[in-house]
Design a protein around this ligand. Structure first.
Ligand code: GLP
Length: 242
């Protein structure tokens, strides 16, 4: 794992955006795996800027998002569909038909999950996967537990995650209790992975991801087995590893 410790959230965002832009420059047909959450917002703002300045062209790129809350309509301002269109897709020149997001629809969810993985495979797999990390060590919505799942699946969110994400909702009751998430298979098969983390609240998860045993209790720890992971963290998130 390559670990880059930076001084600020802004620097983390810029470094990450540069890596994504470099990937697209090297391969205009790149397949990008994208994450949501507050952490990558700054990176998306940088990518929008680079696209407007003509420094990166997304017109031939394909995207796959990691996850979506079950049952939250795309118009809901906390859906990841809304987030991605608001922060990135509506502001860059990606083609709408090249955007892939997990469905929030619970009807035929197993079939959807199967097809989502087939779509990723048909696109040739993910070239560059961007990840955030939950305070409990989750990636996407692959939650800690006894088992980790390979394929895209419906997951029950843990109390930790529901509580952590309630900051975006009016109340904890409004947070969906389930989500559809890419499994660890598509993530681990990505050519490159960039994991971003900022703030003290992520320091333990980062330490256990980077230095701990590989365990289902910290799903991100499996990234130790990947050949090309770059972790970009600010000093606070790196607090327990430096
Ligand atoms: C969310 C998402 C993850 C994200 C994580 C951290 O629940 N499913 O993809 O990485 O939690 O979010 P944040 O960046 O807001 O701390």
């Amino acid at each position: 794992m390559k670990i880059i410790v930076v001084d600020s959230y802004r620097e983390m965002s810029k470094r990450a955006a540069k890596l994504v832009a470099a990937e697209v420059e090297a391969n205009p047909l790149a397949v990008l795996g994208l994450a949501t959450g507050s952490t990558p917002e700054g990176m998306y703002a940088e990518l929008v800027k680079l696209n407007r300045e003509g420094k990166v062209d997304f017109s031939r790129v394909t995207t796959f998002n990691l996850d979506e809350y079950a049952g939250l309509a795309p118009e809901h301002d906390q859906s990841y569909y809304y987030y991605m269109h608001h922060h990135l897709f509506n502001q860059i020149n990606v083609r709408p038909e090249q955007i892939n997001m997990p469905s929030c629809d619970l009807e035929d969810v197993d079939q959807f999950c199967l097809e989502y993985d087939q779509r990723i495979a048909a696109a040739g797999g993910i070239d560059l996967q961007v990840l955030g990390i939950g305070g409990n060590g989750h990636i996407g919505f692959n939650e800690p537990g006894d088992q980790l799942r390979v394929h895209t699946h419906l997951v029950d969110l843990t109390e930790d995650t529901i509580l952590a994400n309630s900051r975006f909702f009016n109340s904890v009751e409004e947070v969906p209790k389930q989500a559809v998430t890419m499994g660890l298979g598509s993530i681990m098969l990505a050519g490159k992975i960039i994991l971003l983390a900022a703030g003290k609240a992520k320091s333990e998860a980062i330490a256990r991801t980077v230095c701990g045993l590989i365990t289902t209790a910290i799903p991100a720890s499996i990234l130790q087995l990947h050949r090309d992971v770059t972790i970009i963290v600010d000093r606070e998130a790196a607090d327990l590893i430096i």
